[in-house]
Design a protein around this ligand. Structure first.
Ligand code: GUN
Length: 281
């Protein structure tokens, strides 16, 4: 059987480390504050935002909650961001996505000060990652790197294939694997022969958004498979982009869904909040 990469345990470990760090900062009179903005009441966003606030509480980060009505307009949201950008007592600003259709996501994300952009979505932070400068890194791909490192999986010199090219996961994932000296390929919906590409992977990161699409025939014997997808499948059970039961016997290591990548996203958001104290822009 493969090694099952336990995202719950690893995220708990990261959060414990952060809790200690936050306590040390408190002793020095430094308090860390995250402002969380939600517009409307999308049920999935409510769950995510709640978990983010609970995570903050656990590690000792103060969270400020802004719950704005669905009909909020762009100017109103921009003026709240301006106010939070200017507040000395706010370290991080998170605007939960998706936003209602009257608001342009890009305009909003670009308005958050890069120094408070704990999601790592601002072009300045994306650019910093590309050229190897310090900055905030998108939480989900950053979490994948932690899962690999803390499970003793070597990245340097390995063939790494990322399926998916989103700004939030695929592209930063590829950059991070490259930074760790992997040999990186990005595959996507227009890749001509997907199986041929994925079968080369020593480390396969799957973020395509299609339930159980990746079966054993896409995977090389002994590969490490990381599943970023999350879907509610038959009989309300959660599943990923990878057909776990089919792929697992062929792998050296694999992440389950739930309990793999998911818990790491919040842990790395908290990590980014804590590192906001030390990052220089
Ligand atoms: N919506 C779904 N995932 C995310 C995330 O990582 N950050 C934000 N801000 N919104 C999201």
């Amino acid at each position: 059987m493969p090694q099952i990469i336990d995202g719950k345990a690893i995220s708990a470990q990261v959060k414990e480390e952060l809790k200690e760090k936050v306590a040390k900062y408190k002793e020095q009179g430094i308090e860390i504050t995250l402002a969380v903005i939600q517009v409307g009441s999308d049920p999935a966003s409510c769950v995510y935002v709640n978990n983010k606030k609970k995570g903050c509480e656990f590690v000792g980060i103060r969270s400020l909650s802004y719950e704005l009505p669905e009909e909020t307009n762009q100017e109103e949201l921009l003026s709240l961001i301006d106010e939070l950008n200017n507040r000395q007592d706010v370290n991080g600003i998170l605007v939960q996505l998706p936003l209602p259709k009257q608001i342009d996501e890009e305009v909003i994300l670009n308005r958050i000060s890069p120094a408070k952009d704990v999601d790592g979505f601002h072009p300045m932070n994306v650019g910093a990652l590309c050229i190897g400068k310090p900055g905030f890194v998108s939480c989900t791909p950053y979490g994948v790197i932690q899962l690999l490192k803390r499970s003793g999986i070597e990245i340097a010199g390995k063939e790494c294939v990322v399926i998916g090219r989103s700004n939030i996961v695929g592209k930063p994932m590829a950059q991070l694997l490259l930074k760790e000296n992997g040999t990186v390929t990005i595959a996507h919906s227009k890749t001509a022969d997907l199986k041929e590409v994925t079968k080369r992977a020593d480390i396969l990161v799957v973020a395509i958004g299609k339930p159980k699409m990746i079966t054993a025939e896409y995977v090389k014997e002994g590969a490490v498979v990381i599943d970023v997808g999350i879907h509610r499948g038959e009989n309300n059970k959660l599943c990923g982009d990878v057909d776990f039961d089919d792929v697992a016997p062929k792998c050296a290591a694999i992440t389950p869904v739930p309990g793999g990548v998911g818990p790491m996203t919040i842990a790395m958001l908290l990590y980014n909040c804590v590192s906001s104290v030390e990052l220089e822009f």
